[in-house]
Design a protein. Structure first.
Length: 362
C-alpha cells in the first residue's frame, strides 16, 4: 500500500462506501469496510493492506492497492457480520477475528506482488486468490492456510472444471502440501506439534442460474453422460455461491473440513507427487492411475477428470457412477481385442485394477 499526497493539505475526508463522509485525520487508520447501513467499521486485521476500501473524492490522495469491488467488499462485510453479529468486531490494528475458539487472520493477497501467495497448474499463468484467511485452532493445534477468491465464474473461469483457477483451488493445495512435506504429519511450530493445511474456496459471484446450464461445468452422470451438477456437487468442487444466504458458513466449513472428493484428490497428490510414490492400496488408487494414465505429466487434466467423475458420486467406497460407467465402457472396448479379459466387468472393486493392468500392458 502506498499513499501519495499532493502538497500540504488538511487531513483528507474520505468518501464512505455508500456516499457518507468519514473523517480520517490519521490516514493509516482508515476503516476496512462498512455494511450497507454504514453501521459496521472494522480496521484492517493485517499488515498487507491498510487502508483498504475507501476512495478519495477530492483527488488529493492516491491509495494503492485500489479499492475492493462490490463483491469483495460484501465478502469481507458478511464475514465480519457472521463472526460478530452484535457489532463487536475488533478495531485494533492487526487484531485477529474470532471464530469460536479459532482465530482468523484476514489478508488481502495482492495480484502479481512478489510477496503474495500464488499457485500455478502445469504451464498456466500464476493465480493470485484475492484473500488469505489464516485460521488458527489453538485447541486442536491445526493451522489452515485458507484462500478465498470471489470470482465471476461465468466469464472469468472459461475452462470450467479444468480451468487453472479451479484446479488451483481443488487439487494444487494437496500437491503443495506434498512438496512442503507437511501432508499427513505434525510439524514443529514454536516448539509445539501442529498440523498445517492449505485449502481454498472459489466464491462464485455469478448466479446459479447463470452457471447451471453452462457446458463447461457439466459433470458425469451414472450412465456416463453429461449432467447438470447440483449446488451440493458444486460445493464438493469447492465452489460456493455468494447469492446464498448462508454462504459464509459454507466457505468457513470448506476451509476447515474436507469433502469426499477432497479425500480422493489428496490421495492423488500422494500417489503422483510423493518423493517415493506408494504402492496401490485398492481399486480407488487404480482409478486414479487410470485417470492419470493419458497425461501423466499434467495436473490439470487429472483434477478435471476426477471432479467430473465424482462430483455426483453417491458411493465413494465403490466409486459407483460416472467413473465406473466410463471404465466399463473402456474395458468393453479393450475386451474386443483381448478375449482373455472377458466381455464385461461391472464390479468396481475388480474393474479398475483389471483395466489399469491392461492399460499398463499396452
Amino acid at each position: 500500500m502506498a499513499l501519495k499526497k499532493a502538497g500540504k493539505k488538511a487531513a483528507p475526508v474520505q468518501g464512505g462506501l455508500l456516499g457518507s463522509e468519514l473523517a480520517c485525520p490519521d490516514v493509516a487508520q482508515l476503516p476496512l469496510v462498512s455494511d450497507d447501513q454504514g453501521k459496521l467499521e472494522v480496521l484492517a486485521p493485517g499488515h498487507l493492506y491498510q487502508p483498504l476500501l475507501l476512495k478519495s473524492k477530492t483527488g488529493d490522495i492516491d491509495i494503492q492497492p485500489g479499492a475492493l469491488d462490490d463483491n469483495e467488499r460484501r465478502f469481507v462485510a458478511d464475514l465480519v457480520k457472521r463472526l460478530y453479529p452484535d457489532g463487536s468486531a475488533p478495531r485494533a490494528l492487526g487484531a485477529p477475528l474470532k471464530w469460536g475458539k479459532r482465530e482468523i487472520h484476514l489478508r488481502r493477497n495482492l495480484d502479481k506482488d512478489p510477496g503474495s501467495f500464488r499457485l500455478r497448474v502445469d504451464d498456466s499463468d500464476w493465480y493470485y486468490p484475492d484473500f488469505i484467511l489464516w485460521i488458527i485452532d489453538h485447541e486442536e493445534r491445526i493451522q489452515t492456510f485458507g484462500f478465498v477468491d470471489p470470482k465471476g465464474l461465468y466469464s472469468q473461469v472459461p475452462g470450467g472444471w479444468g480451468d487453472h483457477k479451479v484446479v488451483s483451488t481443488t487439487y494444487m493445495p494437496f500437491v503443495i502440501e506434498q512438496q512442503l512435506g507437511v501432508a499427513g504429519r505434525n510439524i514443529d511450530i514454536g516448539g509445539e506439534e501442529w498440523q498445517f493445511r492449505i485449502r481454498g474456496v472459489l466464491l462464485s459471484t455469478s448466479s446459479w442460474d447463470q452457471l447451471r446450464q453452462q457446458a463447461k461445468f457439466k459433470v458425469g452422470d451414472a450412465a456416463g453422460g453429461d449432467a447438470t451438477p447440483t449446488k451440493d456437487a458444486m460445493r464438493r468442487g469447492r465452489i460456493v455461491f455468494q447469492e446464498d444466504a448462508g454462504y459464509i458458513e459454507q466457505v468457513l466449513d470448506l476451509l476447515v473440513n474436507d469433502t469426499e472428493v477432497d479425500v480422493i484428490l489428496e490421495r492423488a497428490a500422494v500417489l503422483f507427487h510423493s518423493d517415493t510414490p506408494p504402492t496401490l492400496r485398492d481399486h480407488r488408487d487404480a482409478y486414479l492411475h487410470i485417470a492419470h494414465h493419458s497425461e501423466p505429466d499434467a495436473q490439470g487434466p487429472l483434477a478435471e477428470r476426477v471432479l467430473k467423475d465424482l462430483l455426483l458420486c453417491t458411493d465413494f467406497t465403490t466409486l459407483e457412477g460416472a467413473a465406473t460407467s466410463r471404465a466399463s465402457g473402456r474395458y468393453a472396448q479393450l475386451a474386443k481385442d483381448d478375449p482373455d479379459l472377458g466381455k464385461t466387468c461391472n464390479d468396481p472393486v475388480t474393474l479398475f485394477p483389471k483395466l489399469l493392468s491392461k492399460l499398463n500392458q499396452s
